[in-house]
Design a protein around this ligand. Structure first.
Ligand code: TIU
Length: 223
């Protein structure tokens, strides 16, 4: 098995050691991907996100074959909403609010069917699952400790949505010193134009937040 590879990325290629690299799959939960969940209650067309599943699935398989650390995140809240800021719960005019009963259980609540990861990308028991109350995966989670424990310096990041939880997490990670390579077709947004700009914002200015590469380029580097 190769221990390192060069990813053909923008704004420039990047060489990574797989032993110090983790695949981070952001919030591929039924609540964002399926009708009746949190994403749809906000007024979004959830069908926009399905395109990210196959590219993520292919990279996940390669990461498992390589033995890379795999981390899945889930956005959600405790059943008593003690970790949900009122400013988040009260926001806007959704059809159902966080904690309300929906067709996949209570909206965005840990332990409910809608909060779980979609079957196609379901975590193995050996993989890390980070439950987070916010959009970024570092805020109020154990992610920093996990990355330090495994000696991780680089993150391959994918998931949903490009401009919300993916961008927030990449910005948090970049400030903490991690090299982030965002998998372009492994991300998706309810707004195609935000997806496109969200990726551009990461790789502009010499890679101000990180690198962007296609799943094909990542797979090629992992061969
Ligand atoms: N609404 C939206 O685009 N995203 C979120 O609320 N969370 C994530 O991106 N996971």
């Amino acid at each position: 098995k190769p221990t390192q590879g060069v990813i053909s990325a923008e704004p420039e290629p990047i060489k990574l050691d797989w032993s110090s690299t983790a695949l981070v799959i952001i919030d591929m939960q039924r609540d964002f991907m399926e009708p009746g969940g949190f994403g749809e209650t906000l007024g979004n067309d959830v069908s926009q996100l399905a395109r990210a599943v196959r590219p993520i699935s292919a990279v996940l398989k390669a990461a498992r074959d390589t033995g890379m650390l795999v981390i899945h995140t889930r956005e959600g809240h405790l059943p008593d909403l003690s970790d949900a800021p009122p400013a988040k719960v009260e926001r806007g005019a959704p059809s159902l609010r966080i904690g309300d009963p929906g067709p996949m259980g209570r909206i965005l609540i840990r332990g409910e069917a809608g909060h779980d990861i979609i079957p196609e990308l379901y975590p193995l028991d050996s993989e890390v699952v980070i439950d987070k109350p916010g959009k970024g995966a570092f805020y109020a989670t154990e992610l920093s400790d996990v990355l330090e424990k495994y000696g991780i310096e680089n993150l391959l990041v994918c998931g949903v949505t490009t401009e919300v939880c993916v961008n927030t997490t990449v910005r948090e990670a970049n400030d903490r010193g991690y090299r982030c390579v965002v998998i372009s077709d492994g991300c998706a947004s309810y707004f195609p134009e935000f997806h496109e700009m969200g990726l551009k914002m990461i790789k502009a200015q010499g890679g101000i937040f990180g690198w962007v590469a296609t799943s094909a380029a990542v797979l090629e580097a992992m061969k």
